[in-house]
Design a protein around this ligand. Structure first.
Ligand SMILES: C[S@@+](CC[C@H](N)C(=O)[O-])C[C@H]1O[C@@H](n2cnc3c(N)ncnc32)[C@H](O)[C@@H]1O
Length: 375
């Protein structure tokens, strides 16, 4: 890697902070510099992400460029041979406090140190056709997972006619599983309460074959604007947007067949793709976010139809969020009955209302999903 690349990566690292995550700084940096080739941009990204992935091994007394070079060496050795790092050493991949709130396993840590996969979501039923057209795609499996494609090629996917034609979205496999287990039916009425930029709204709308309605709310108007652009590209019209801050006053009086609360969370499940967050999340964030999740769920419950289903998903794996939130909500609302969820990665598995998706098992982000029926 050239000195210029290392120094640009170092500038990104020096500018990044909790408030300005490295991936956002990196995007801005690459956009603002003219004359950076696609290959150089990729090399800078690799250097920045290697720095955070191997941060626990670095000598912080060295200069940032020196640390980046060391991180790249460690990264290369590990990608060639995972045994270059012993199980005991792997604990350096995450902050020490994490073992108090996550089930830390060697498999998880090894996954965190590996390069993340790129996943596409083809439109319902179009996985194999899209894979043939794009090439370099591997389907995640049969049945429900057939439209989830792992892309292993080098094309700029955003420039493909298939992307512009709304034939696929970039969406992590675990996020795709959220839509799949919600399993909305055409003609139903759903509420995607924390819709953000619409990753899951679009999936729900597609699974409903553009029939019925998905209310998409978020507290950030700019995110909903982005959702509208994506929906237009996909030719999806069975949705409406509304602002919702999470307060007791709901965005509509409509009652729903299904509600998805894809809640704001600590994002521990994205630590493979987003290693900077390993060093910025604090234990207090986890506690506060768990409280917010309970509040959002507790307020959303009121909008369920009788026999409507409530889904709670978070891309995190801390117990305070996830299972402890489920316990609290189940206790607070005796009318909610656990709703069993299939595991698309293990169709023979006994169904429970809590699905843990670990990166080492799925090849995607860590994710937790739970569901109840309004009994
Ligand atoms: C995990 S993200 C949602 C991702 C989105 N569902 C997707 O699949 O692309 C959580 C979203 O919750 C929103 N949010 C955060 N705090 C909120 C609150 N108090 N009330 C409502 N939405 C909130 C954020 O703006 C963010 O878009």
């Amino acid at each position: 890697m050239t000195e210029k690349i290392i120094h640009t990566a170092a500038e990104v690292v020096e500018r990044a902070s909790k408030e300005k995550p490295a991936d956002a700084v990196l995007r801005t940096e690459l956009r603002s510099r003219t004359g950076i080739s696609r290959e150089d941009g990729r090399a800078i990204s690799i250097a920045v992400f290697a720095y955070y992935r191997w941060h626990g091994w670095l000598n912080l007394k060295e200069t940032v460029p020196q640390q980046i070079r060391r991180a790249l060496e460690l990264n290369e050795a590990f990608q060639k041979n995972q045994l270059s790092v012993s199980d005991a050493e792997l604990l350096r991949a995450v902050p020490g406090w994490i073992k108090d709130c996550v089930e830390v396993s060697t498999g998880w840590l090894r996954a965190l140190q590996s390069e993340p996969a790129l996943w596409l979501r083809a439109r319902v039923g179009q996985g194999s056709e899209l894979a043939r057209e794009l090439g370099d795609c591997r389907s995640a499996g049969a049945g429900a997972l057939a439209d989830a494609l792992r892309y292993e090629g080098t094309k700029d996917l955003f420039r493909t006619p298939q992307f512009h034609g709304g034939r696929f979205e970039l969406q992590d496999i675990s996020s795709q599983v959220v839509g799949l287990v919600c399993d909305p039916k055409p003609g139903e009425t759903w509420w995607d309460a924390c819709a953000g930029e619409g990753g899951k709204t679009l999936h729900l709308g597609d699974l409903m074959r553009n029939k019925g309605l998905v209310w998409a709310s978020d507290r950030a108007a700019w995110r909903l604007q982005q959702l509208k652009r994506r929906a237009a590209r996909a030719g999806l019209f069975n949705y409406r947007t509304a602002l919702w801050t999470g307060a007791t006053k709901l965005p509509t009086k409509t009652k729903f067949d299904g509600i998805l609360v894809d809640a704001p969370c600590s994002g521990l499940g994205t630590w493979q793709r987003n290693p900077h967050a390993r060093w910025t999340v604090r234990p207090v964030d986890i506690v506060e976010l768990a409280e917010l999740q309970k509040r959002l769920l507790g307020n959303a419950v009121e909008a369920l139809k009788p026999a409507g289903r409530l889904f709670y998903s978070v891309c995190t794996l801390s117990r305070n969020e996830t299972s402890e939130v489920v316990e609290a909500i189940t206790k607070q609302f005796p009318k909610l009955k656990p709703w069993p969820l299939p595991n698309p990665f293990d169709e023979g598995a006994a169904e429970t209302n809590q699905l843990w998706l670990w990166p080492e098992k799925t090849g995607g982000n860590g994710m937790f999903i739970a569901a109840w029926e309004n009994g």
